[in-house]
Design a protein around this ligand. Sequence first.
Ligand code: AGP
Length: 613
Amino acid sequence: MCGIVGYVGSRRLVPVVLGGLKRLEYRGYDSAGIVFLQDGKLEKYRSEGKLQNLEKHMEDALSAPSHIGLGHTRWATHGAPTTANAHPHSDCTGELVVVHNGIIENYHSLRNELIEKGHTFASETDTEVLAHLIEEYLDDDLRAAVTKALTRVEGSYALGVLWTGMPDTLIAARNHSPLVLGIHEEEGGFMASDIPPLLPYTDQVIFLDDEELAVLKADSHTIYSLKTGKEVGKEVKTISWNAAMAEKGGYRHFMLKEIYEQPQAIIDTVSGRINPETGSVDLPEMNLSDDDLQNIDRIFLVACGTSWHAALVAKYWIERWAGIPVEVDIASEFRYRKLLINERVLTVAISQSGETADTLAGIRLAKDLGSKIVTICNVVGSTMTREAHGTVYTHAGPEIGVASTKAFTSQLAALFLFTLFLAERKGTMAQDQRLLLGKELIHLAKVIEEILPSLQEEIKELIEKFYDSRDFLFVGRGLNFPIALEGALKLKEISYIHAEGYASGELKHGPIALIDKDMPIVGLTPKDAVYQKSISNVEEIKARQGRLILIGTEGDGQLKTITDDILYLPEVHEELNPILYTIPAQLLAYEIAYRRGCDVDQPRNLAKSVTVE
Ligand code: AGP
């Protein structure tokens, strides 16, 4: 939801900020802008549409001798995605500029108040009130003016501010929207909404917390509490990701690269966490004592989108193997319902980014009600990991494609480990079973690695018959029902084909009415405990002339009697089928979207990290 980059230091400004915005474009891509200070004047460039429009517009500015400035890539909340609404936004003098990610909830009343005081507005955005509000309080101390202005603001912000009156200083501030500083002794200071823009320059970062403000200069950074005005000591963290991890590495799209990175992501998530001799699972960052665990009588899993699908799979695993009742909630629903949560409930937030606004709000509520909070998260130091009692990190590396792929399968791997961990501590799973399942998980990564290239080729051919369909259904049972939901989500978000996922047994209760000779239906039919039931369901579809694509177990001849369009997958332990069956669903969506000429990595209307409600 909007990406911010700021830099002050010895490098030329424009390439640093443009490069940084490219690495943040997944956060929003409907318009973009850059501002820099040169010869005491602010030079502002803004363009509608994708970043490449701004890039073209800035060709002559690439070598501008400027060393301080800000950039922004937008996902519109208030005001259409036009150049006038693109950030940076200025005050009335044009000498102060602001970039912002978040929502100023009381912007309407502030705007009216400022108009009455004589300010003139040039955009429809909520952000512009910030520029005028700071102007209102500004004499010669920018920090004091920003601090005062922010006491008037309700809502969320990550903010970058630059003023000609303090030409060596950037101000950064945060409340409920992510912002991280990058520090390099010789090259200066960086700010960004996420880590990738910092990776080419530094691995030393400081995560701002809510209600903090940073004064950033080329050779110093000082962080203050917005509440007390006092300086706060912050830990500088070292990031283990590197710049190459945020590049396409020869693949056509980030999404495809990330699909292919899944075997490694699973191995990295699992390694060092299962003892190969005893099958014992160690998750030390989770910070749960044996007493905490004995105390738990219910688990709430809270997440959004794809991460919610991971939660749905985990419910089957945890209830079956650890015997603990699990409730799964969409975070935007969870946060507004009556929560029957107390200190005997463990709340687990699942989030790739660790910044999703609804999930974050959910864990704050659960924490207030006495629940212990654990996150399953991919981004070290993200807000959720800082607010939770503990974390199980997925080690998927940066995920740039808007459609979540490797983050999902590594969430599943982490949740599987979490299940084994609970089962071990609760004594609900025999050691040999744990050892077997641990080994099977590692084996699965190898299986996926082996099948990926040929599966992609098969799918490329298969989709020729289906890519121009208007609708799609995905059906699965048991552990694979959430994968049907995930397959449908992947397809709709990147190809814009209307797609729905259903539990196979639900078809008869309504959706079967949709089936005719034009409707493609992807049926997940592995040889598992509910295989015969699934087959009966797809037979019912066949009887109504649905165009079935079955994904099933190698050697299963029965599938050939139902349809010609089959993708066979190797047999793995059936508990792990949800991870394996995700792979063809992702590739199907990817190939169809590519065949339809869609922008796979940056689908319309979406942004990777949803940091507003
Ligand atoms: C899925 O492809 C989407 N990117 C989206 O549903 C995503 O999973 C959701 O917004 C949650 O994000 P999070 O995991 O970062 O919290």
